[in-house]
Design a protein around this ligand. Structure first.
Ligand code: 26W
Length: 853
């Protein structure tokens, strides 16, 4: 019966329409006469999800049967954005025989939706972003799961199902105001609630020693019992992750928290009904909200609770799956690889050791061997303030048994260090997991390194830096094999095909690549090089860019109500200069806005000297500077930078004398779906961090993939981008990371003076000067003038202005040269596909192989 009545995927327009109507009338319980865009979005999504679910089941059955080694990607953030358009692009319309189909899934659904009276574009707009991440780290995880599925790798992601994602940013009076992002307002068609998959997770309590008269220092040789004080339940929510041109649909499992059905009857009987309910609500608060800090560790108990909740549930789930094949424990690392996305999931190292020793009764050494062969750790930042540390007191209260285990891990590790470097007691104290002091702290990065067999940075420069700075001692202890580099990548499906269908079709048409194979094999793009001087092609290339610029103008007008250009036909002459990323002093949005101020002051000076606008334009051609990004809610300086940008924008945009030759815009609420509109519209984008501070950057890759040129420092992945696309095609400037220490030293001892240009700019930002605003920006000015200029704005400013000048010259005087650079950039961007990156992880760290379905 089962076989005869198999549910089938839709593979034709008719079948899609039938499925759509079915969902409107049953799932949504509405009629086709009462079906708005939102209902159409939900019906379409449910229909597409049905297809994905069938392939998900098939993929998982196949993987269970083959029982290959699997990889689990543990990330506290998955910045997925919207799912529907991506699912349509990846829609696999193969029938059951697995024959490849030539039908374009997106076109098919577009037609179906149109027949039913809707516009696909409007339907797609209904979807809220799944904004379960802060920035680079979370978006990287999203690109990775896409490439894992596309490469047919047996991989799952594990994360948390936050009810509130990253806050929505409103700009009120020029200030950032945070509002809650309740993204689950309408039911979410992209998740499958697995209410039957429930994992209990414990907190607090105490440890009961099984053998009380044992000697102190060999207590670890025997298991202990943790008597917990609070228990909650983790419920699984699965998001299917389809591969591109592949039958594989992998799984992203997100955990939601809920109370146990155990109820405190003691309290209840005392008549304390209210309080017995409060404790139940405490359980739900664990996965209520994503912490909005990027690169800054706050040390809140609820955050640690989130981390343990997630690590414990995920490991339990992984072990349950491993146990199905009845292998001995020593084979665990042959079946399971676990990647730690930064230190946030490091507790899973301790949890696995606890399970093996306390519950499975393995000897400590055997257990630890399994643990270290299983885990590997990716570092994403060298910023001191981002390195996770937990006070021993707080930690021990929440996880008493785990604290003991950490002490024991540390003890064994320090023994081994002492053995290897017998007379270096300084080294031993420097590498201890426990940082001594009046409040002792657990250094999570050290624990992650010690518990892993591989540690990687995210770009060549960054991987070198961690070996020579923050983890220098560990590089010495472990030698060179443990510390490796895997340069980040991005998925070309979302960041080229989805964000820029116009450029994508120009590429496939030019390469005669009807099946868009270049999205899988990006080395094919190098063939574009031969058109870099082909006039006809240059024109087409340029037309795409201007179209994308107009789309951005429309977005900005919709969001801010401000008209940015009076004559859309002149857009071709206006350079779009874009910096979108989290707002942080190290990313130096302040340097960019100071550059804007400089430009404005110079223009005003020329006009004051009686020059005409036409004469000014010769030196300062038309340009719009776009900014976008969120600040952590508690980050005062970053919020001040946002206010400064908006203040400057206000003055400049309302200065009629400029005759539209310069505008500054802050785009509110930067997120993934806005990035998909913003990034393809750039002529130039800014990646101008203080050298040595940006681990990689990934938006730099997205801009290049869309034919935008970069202005940037010699930092993060900019270095490798330069190597790949050629140094003629990028505007590099500024000091190098090897000089940063010395420059900072010089500032501390007042050996540097500000360049005149910057001095003039800073003067305009204080007191009653044009951007003074009652001295509101004094802290920004002072941090540069009197507080050591930690991010070296003054050291790089002149060089930055020089690079901007070159940009203006080439863009306005030699457009063909500019377009050539743009084409050569795209032609050589292939290396930055996350497919390459995932293949490197699979081969050098995880030791896993693809399983074709
Ligand atoms: C604990 C608070 C916290 C939260 C997030 C600390 C640190 C983070 C992340 C590590 C910050 C982050 O997103 N880092 C970015 O990771 C990207 C992906 O590797 C890199 O491209 C960026 O350069 C890096 O800043």
């Amino acid at each position: 019966i089962w076989n005869k009545n198999k549910v089938e995927k839709f593979t034709t327009v008719d079948a899609f329409e039938k499925r759509f109507i079915d969902h409107v009338e049953t799932t949504l319980a509405r009629s086709i006469y009462n079906c708005d865009d939102l209902a159409a979005y939900q019906a379409t999504s449910n229909s597409v999800r049905d297809n994905l679910t069938l392939d998900l089941n098939k993929t998982q059955q196949r993987q269970t049967a083959r029982d290959p080694k699997r990889c689990y990607y543990l990330s506290l953030e998955f910045l997925m954005g919207r799912a529907l358009d991506n699912a349509l692009i990846n829609l696999n319309l193969n029938d059951d025989k697995g024959e490849p189909s030539s039908t374009d899934g997106r076109k098919l659904v577009e037609k179906g939706v149109h027949d039913l009276g809707f516009k696909l574009e409007d339907v797609l707009e209904q979807e809220p972003d799944a904004a379960l991440g802060n920035g680079g780290l979370g978006r990287l995880a999203a690109c990775f799961v896409d490439s894992m599925a596309t490469g047919d790798y047996p991989c799952w992601g594990y994360g948390l199902r936050y009810q509130y994602g990253i806050f929505a940013q409103k700009i009120i009076n020029g200030y950032q105001v945070e509002t809650p992002d309740y993204w689950l307002n309408y039911s979410n068609p992209w998740e499958i609630e697995r209410s039957e998959i429930q994992v209990p997770v414990s907190f607090y309590g105490y440890v009961s020693r099984s053998d009380s008269d044992s000697k102190e220092d060999d207590r670890t040789l025997r298991p202990s019992e943790w008597i917990a004080g609070e228990r909650v339940i983790a419920v699984a929510y699965d998001m299917p992750i389809p591969g591109f041109k592949s039958n594989t649909v992998n799984n992203l499992r997100l955990w939601g928290s809920k109370p146990t059905t155990e109820f405190d009857f003691a309290k209840f009987n005392r008549g304390d009904y209210q309080n017995s309910l409060v404790e139940q609500q405490r359980a739900e608060s664990i996965t209520a909200v994503l912490y909005p800090n990027d690169n800054f560790e706050q040390g809140k108990e609820l955050r640690l609770k989130q981390q343990y909740f997630w690590c414990s549930a995920s490991l339990h789930d992984i072990i349950r799956r491993f146990k199905k094949s009845r292998r001995p424990w020593c084979e665990f690392p042959d079946q399971v690889a676990i990647q730690l996305n930064d230190t946030h999931p490091t507790l899973s190292v301790v949890e696995l050791q606890r399970i093996l020793v306390d519950l499975e009764h393995l000897p400590w050494g055997e257990a630890w061997d399994i643990v270290t062969k299983t885990f590997s750790y990716t570092n994403h930042t060298v910023m001191q303030e981002a390195l996770e540390k937990w006070p021993v007191s707080l930690f021990g209260r929440l996880l008493p048994r785990h604290l003991e285990i950490i002490y024991d891990i540390n003890w064994f590790f320090l023994q081994s260090v002492e053995k290897k470097f017998p007379h270096d007691m300084d080294l031993v104290s420097r590498v201890s997991i426990i940082e001594e002091g009046k409040d002792r702290q657990i250094r999570m990065a050290y624990l992650a390194i010690i518990g892993s067999h591989k540690v990687n940075g995210v770009a060549e420069l960054h991987s070198e830096l961690i070996k020579t700075t923050i983890f220098k001692d560990f590089a010495k202890i472990y030698g060179n094999d443990k510390f490796i580099n895997v340069t980040n990548g991005i998925t070309p499906r979302r960041w080229l095909r989805q964000a820029n269908p116009e450029l994508s079709s120009l590429i496939s048409e030019t390469l005669k690549d009807k099946g868009d194979e270049y999205l899988l094999d990006m080395s094919r793009l190098t063939k574009l090089s031969k058109y870099a001087e082909d006039k006809k092609f240059l024109k087409k290339w340029d037309d795409v860019k201007q179209k994308k610029k107009l789309q951005l103008i429309d977005l900005v007008e919709k969001l801010t109500g401000h008209k940015l250009v009076s004559d859309r036909s002149k857009i071709h002459d206006v350079l779009f200069d874009i910096q979108v990323k989290r707002i942080h002093e190290y990313k130096r949005q302040q340097m960019n806005i100071f550059g804007c101020i400089w430009r404005y002051l110079q223009i005003k000076k020329m006009l004051g000297e009686g020059k005409t606008i036409e004469e000014v334009k010769e030196i300062y051609p038309a340009k719009i500077s776009f900014f976008g990004g969120k600040s952590a809610p508690g980050y005062y300086m970053a919020k001040l930078i946002i206010k400064l940008i908006n203040t400057v924008a206000d003055v400049i945009n309302n200065d009629k004398s400029l005759d539209d030759i310069f505008k500054v815009v802050f785009i509110p609420d930067y997120n993934v779906s806005k990035a998909e509109i913003i990034i393809p519209a750039s002529d130039l984008s800014e990646h101008i961090s203080t050298a040595g501070t940006e681990a990689s950057g990934t938006s730099n890759m997205k801009f290049v993939m869309n034919g935008g040129l970069l202005i940037g420092t010699v930092d993060g992945a900019n270095v490798e981008i330069t190597r790949e696309i050629g140094e003629d095609n990028i505007f590099l400037f500024g000091n190098l990371s090897e000089n940063v220490e010395e420059l900072r030293f010089n500032h501390r001892f007042r050996k540097t003076s500000l360049p005149e240009s910057l001095n003039e700019v800073l003067k305009s930002c204080v007191g009653d000067a044009v951007f003074g605003n009652n001295d509101e920006f004094r802290p920004l000015v002072d941090s540069i003038k009197y507080q050591g200029d930690y991010y070296l704005v003054s050291d790089d400013f002149e060089s930055y202005l020089g690079a901007q000048k070159l940009v203006d010259e080439i863009y306005h005087n030699n457009r063909n040269e500019w377009l050539k650079k743009s084409i050569l950039s795209v032609a050589n961007v292939g290396f930055f596909s996350s497919d390459r990156c995932i293949q490197e992880y699979a081969e050098t760290i995880w030791n896993i192989e693809p399983v074709k379905v």
